[in-house]
Design a binder for this molecule. Structure first.
Ligand SMILES: NC(=O)c1ccc[n+]([C@@H]2O[C@H](COP(=O)([O-])OP(=O)(O)OC[C@H]3O[C@@H](n4cnc5c(N)ncnc54)[C@H](O)[C@@H]3O)[C@@H](O)[C@H]2O)c1
Length: 368
């Protein structure tokens, strides 16, 4: 594809180092956090069950590293040990967590992420956890799921609370991130966002609350709910399953998409900057929907070829355009560039390829 490979994400700027290797992030969403006992592919050290795992040796190695120290499946079983002499019982946890940074107490932040079990929230949680912070996720699992963060459950730096943000909640933290998505018809969504911004600035003026406001544009990546009806997940899943890809209207309407790691980079930079005005975070590169469909089709075919699969040649078909589908949506990210020194690094093609591999693994395990 000609794109330079990206090996790390994050920045060391504004006194906050958020750099982590991409492979580590991948290991958190690409490999399942369980082992399969009946599979020819199970190996004692790695113990994963994803098919077609010949192409990403790095991830395999990462996974093996994470698992080293465990010997055989038995170590993964829930174990409680009874000590007759003291008539006590000890429990062991099942998980071995990915190493997280050790930070000094001044640097370690207590961070609340509302909606942290959702798509955007869970990626932010991964990053903050790897960086060594203490993270509390508050989520009512309305659209999110425990599975997006289950690889941290039980970690001493991590807490998951099932709670609806509309109810009061008492917690003392250094930082709060809001990533709740109260779904509903578009108008409610827009008005909800406006009210949230107005209130945020109200608290800022009246009570001197230190605030940051990010305006997030179309984002895609692993853990996106394929049932959301978003164009990126629709196209990828349709192409992977060999179904027709549906384009609404003539496909000349344009969209821009940013990859999740770029968004998380932007959010972390904004949080650590002094910028209190709203900042747009998005990728300005525009595609027509038809161009995008063709790109997805090609990338899916390429990944399948690499895996030795000859997928069906999928067709791109047109259906009538739904009402109020905007013809153009493109963020102006000048402020993010000027104030944060942020700009997207991931091309859409690179992001789509990551997501194709993620959905492929989900389809292989039967959860999609
Ligand atoms: N993904 C995008 O392209 C995009 C674009 C623009 C804005 N955003 C915004 O980013 C935020 C996160 O979006 P996402 O794509 O991760 O959505 P998501 O649905 O995956 O995540 C939202 C999370 O909030 C939780 N939640 C919803 N209502 C709640 C409540 N009342 N109490 C507690 N938890 C609740 C959900 O269970 C879910 O885990 C939202 O505010 C969304 O509007 C996202």
């Amino acid at each position: 594809m000609g794109d330079l490979e990206i090996t790390t994400v994050g920045h060391d700027r504004f006194g906050f180092d958020s750099v982590v290797p991409v492979n580590v992030l991948r290991s958190l969403y690409l490999r399942p956090h369980y082992i399969t006992s009946v599979s020819s592919k199970v190996n004692i050290e790695g113990g994963h069950n994803v098919e077609n795992d010949d192409d990403d040796d790095d991830i395999d190695q990462e996974h093996r590293k994470m698992m080293s120290g465990f010997h055989g499946n038995i170590s993964y079983q829930s174990k409680s040990i009874y000590h007759p002499d003291t008539r006590s019982i000890s429990y062991t946890t099942l998980s071995r967590f990915h190493p997280v940074r050790l930070l000094s107490t001044e640097k370690r932040k207590r961070i609340l992420v509302t909606g942290g079990a959702g798509f955007v929230g869970s990626h932010l949680v991964d990053r903050l956890m790897l960086l060594g912070h203490e993270v509390t996720v508050l989520d009512n699992f309305f659209t999110g799921s425990k599975t997006t963060v289950n690889h941290w459950i039980g970690h001493p730096n991590f807490e998951l609370v099932r709670h609806d943000v509309v109810e009061p909640f008492m917690i003392e933290v250094d930082r709060t991130w809001g990533h709740v998505n109260p779904i509903g018809p578009r108008a409610c969504y827009d008005e909800g966002k406006r009210v949230a911004e107005t209130l945020t600035y109200g608290f800022h003026r009246q009570d001197n609350v230190d605030v940051r406001v990010a305006r997030i544009f179309n984002t895609f990546g692993p853990r996106m709910n394929p049932a959301d009806g978003r164009v990126v997940s629709n196209f990828i899943v349709q192409a992977l399953k060999g179904e027709d890809m549906t384009v609404y209207g003539d496909g000349q309407q344009t969209r821009s998409f940013q990859y999740i790691h770029d968004l998380v980079d932007g959010l972390i930079l904004l949080m650590n900057s002094d910028e209190t005005r709203p900042v747009n975070i998005g990728n300005g590169h525009e595609f027509t929907i038809l161009e995008f469909a063709k790109m997805v089709k090609e990338i899916v075919a390429k990944v399948q070829r690499e895996d030795g699969i000859s997928g069906r040649d999928v067709r791109i078909i047109n259906k009538p355009m739904p009402t109020d589908d905007p013809q153009k949506r493109r963020p102006d990210t000048t402020r993010a560039k000027e104030v944060l020194g942020w700009q997207p690094h991931w091309t859409v093609a690179m992001g789509v390829e990551e997501m194709v591999r993620y959905y492929k693994a989900k389809i292989a395990e039967g959860s999609l």
